[in-house]
Ligand binder design. Structure first.
Ligand code: MF3
Ligand code: CO
Length: 256
């Protein structure tokens, strides 16, 4: 069942989305060579709990032990922050922020460049961001859900990159994950149409090499099988009559 949000829900989700965006803006200046992902997690935790007086949606979720997910280079998603994992020049890193405010969830992630990165790393991130933005731009009332994945697939594959199949975007509200599940490729299912008042994430994970992944022994960290680079961008989106609203849009961010 897909939950259609009412005016009050939308107001609360707007607040939750804004705080999520603020965390990603706040952390940018700390992403430099030498910092550990554990320290980055500590800074986000302090901001979420002590400055915003709210909680992380990650901590304790199915036993997850940290407050953010930080996924570097060949890590696709759900990287567990660690003081042993230090960033170095040329790394690309996804920081995924999920929070709960007044019982409502916010969820967003983006890539950060550590120092000077390779042309391939920059292209992978830019194409992944573009696939998210272009798929957001077609969102409106009555659009078949599959068109979102179709758009992402077209952009990724035109650039000879591959799309991770095991994870998808998701409805979000008073639940972290709910229907609809938003695939990042075309499944040719025309039965689900977007409706005004739906809220969901779009969060493509795109690999520079093959689409295959595996899970580390820690039961969380997902990596590319061929060790190729992987990138992800995620926003929380509200469907409106004439289009969309990006609830996790950051200050100075434009959906171009
Ligand atoms: N933030 C992820 C998502 O986009 C979920 C992470 S669950 C965690 O849905 F437990 F790993 F944090
Ligand atoms: Co998500």
């Amino acid at each position: 069942m897909i939950i259609i949000k009412n005016e009050f829900d939308i107001k609360q989700m707007t607040i939750a989305g804004k705080i999520t965006a603020q965390v990603l803006n706040m952390i940018k200046k700390y992403i430099v060579p030498g910092i550990s992902t554990g320290e980055i997690d500590d800074i986000c935790k302090d901001y979420i709990y002590n400055k915003k007086k709210i909680v992380s949606a990650c901590f304790g979720y199915q036993g997850y032990p940290k407050y953010t997910c930080i996924s570097k280079n060949n890590t696709v998603c759900h990287g567990i922050p660690s003081y042993k994992e230090k960033l170095k020049n040329g790394d690309i890193v996804n920081i995924d922020i999920s929070i709960i405010k007044n019982g409502y969830f916010g969820d967003s992630s983006k890539m950060f460049f550590v120092g000077k990165c390779s042309n391939l790393a920059k292209k992978l991130c830019n194409i992944t961001k573009k696939s998210l933005y272009e798929s957001i731009k077609i969102v409106k009332h009555n659009l078949p859900l599959r068109k979102i994945g179709k758009k992402i697939q077209k952009i990724a594959e035109k650039n000879k990159f591959s799309i991770v199949r095991e994870y998808c975007g998701h409805g979000i509200g008073k639940n972290f994950h709910e229907e609809p599940y938003v695939l990042h490729y075309d499944n040719h299912d025309n039965t689900i149409l977007l409706k005004q008042g739906m809220i969901f994430t779009i969060e493509p994970m795109i690999n520079a090499g093959k689409k295959d992944i595996y899970c580390e022994k820690d039961k969380w960290t997902i990596k590319t099988k061929d060790n190729s680079l992987s990138a992800q961008y995620e926003h929380t989106i509200l469907v409106t009559q004439n289009g969309y609203k990006v609830l996790t849009l950051r200050k100075n961010e434009k959906i171009l």
